[in-house]
Design a protein around this ligand. Structure first.
Ligand code: ZN
Ligand code: ZN
Length: 387
């Protein structure tokens, strides 16, 4: 039974593939920045509508977000995440043009399979900037899902990869200007405060655990060399494998800022970003199911190191709410870094769309496993509870 269903799903996605490839190419040709993804969001949602999905646009107060739902029975509720934003200068240098079509392909194939369950595609804008999923998560958009999945194009295949919690912090120092040669003693140097703060953080690093990252830039370092700087500003990111650790470190970073103000007499203003990225919480039963399906499609999966070279992503916030997978799938077959023109070229090539079709199949097969194997869903949920 189960194999026939999966064969049917694979066949369906093969039938859909010319359409999915054309969508990926269309989106690739028209890269849209975070929160401006009108074309991609419309193309993906209108395609789902043609296959009987009910569409809601502008969910969570985000114009380019959408939810597409298909119900045949009430449970389980399987979520597919579609990203589609691009980057300045390098277009689809992160390959998000492939993520949406893979997710809608999986959802359509499952809808047409006759299996009972609810299928939901969530269109999530602004992964690269602004954290669309953080905003949608706060609005409860992912709460009803029993499981969520998406596949990210990459230069390596890694079924589970952690992501760091990340908090952004803006700091400003307010001093007093004066002539830097004639009357420097009349000034209060806001740049000195910033330099001390930067160095305080550098000293702090020695006492931090290896997973913690603090890094930043000075965005305003003063107006002219002959004026004692009256105003400076900087932005930092504080990251750790666990949000609780990141928050503890954040306290120390604030102390670094405050003490620099005290030493120089400048006034400090610290602003903590509202949309912190949560750490990625893996779900092994779900990941292992995906891996089995991926391997059955002939894809080699090496033993992965889930802690290698970590960044942050707003999928972390989804993974804290519902069991989630966010596997990386190799479309490059050599080391091409993300966020480059070279990656953009691969994301628009046959190698990119070939990976996208594989991703659609492996996700749809994983969805079928969740629907057909009640024990699996129970194990997935238990694993999520344990954290
Ligand atoms: Zn990216
Ligand atoms: Zn990305």
């Amino acid at each position: 039974m189960s194999n026939n269903v999966k064969e049917g799903i694979i066949k369906k996605i093969d039938e859909l593939s010319p359409m999915l490839i054309s969508i990926a190419k269309e989106i690739h040709k028209r890269p849209e920045l975070a929160f401006e993804e009108d074309f991609a969001s419309e193309l993906l949602s209108s395609t789902l509508k043609k296959y009987g999905f009910k569409i809601e646009k502008g969910i969570g107060g985000l114009e380019t977000a959408f939810r597409a739902a298909y119900a045949k029975g009430s449970s389980p509720v399987i979520g597919f995440i579609a990203e589609y934003d691009a980057l300045p200068e390098v277009g689809h240098g992160c390959g998000h043009n492939l993520i949406g079509p893979a997710s809608i392909g999986a959802a359509i194939a499952l809808a047409e399979s006759g299996l009972k369950g609810r299928l939901v595609v969530i269109g999530t804008p602004a992964e690269e900037k602004g954290g669309g999923k953080v905003i949608l998560a706060k609005k409860g958009i992912f709460k009803s899902l029993d499981a969520a999945m998406m596949v990210h194009p990459s230069n390596d295949t890694e079924v589970v990869k952690r992501a760091l919690a990340a908090i952004d912090v803006a700091v400003e120092y307010f001093g007093k200007p004066s002539h830097a040669a004639a009357t420097p003693w009349d000034g209060v140097n806001a740049l000195d405060a910033m330099v001390l703060a930067y160095n305080n953080i550098s000293v702090l690093r020695q006492q931090l655990k290896p997973d913690v990252r603090i890094h930043g830039i000075i965005t305003n370092g003063g107006a002219a060399p002959n004026i004692i700087p009256a105003y400076t500003s900087a932005r930092f990111l504080v990251r750790a494998l666990d949000m609780r650790d990141a928050l503890k470190v954040l306290k120390k970073v604030k102390a670094c800022f405050d003490s620099a103000a005290k030493a120089t007499g400048a006034k400090v203003r610290i602003k903590i970003g509202e949309n912190a990225y949560e750490a990625f919480r893996p779900n092994y039963p779900l990941a292992e199911t995906f891996e089995r399906n991926l391997k059955s499609l002939g894809i080699k999966v090496k033993k992965w190191d889930e802690y290698k070279e970590l960044g942050s992503s707003d999928i972390g916030n989804v993974s804290q709410i519902t069991p989630t997978i966010h596997p990386n799938l190799d479309i490059c077959h050599k080391q091409i870094p993300h966020h480059t023109k070279e990656f953009n070229a691969i994301a628009g090539s046959e190698s990119g769309t070939r990976g996208m079709i594989i991703a659609a199949k492996a996700m749809a097969m994983t969805g079928a496993d969740i629907i057909m194997d009640k024990g699996l869903l129970r194990r997935i949920k238990e694993a999520h509870k344990k954290g």
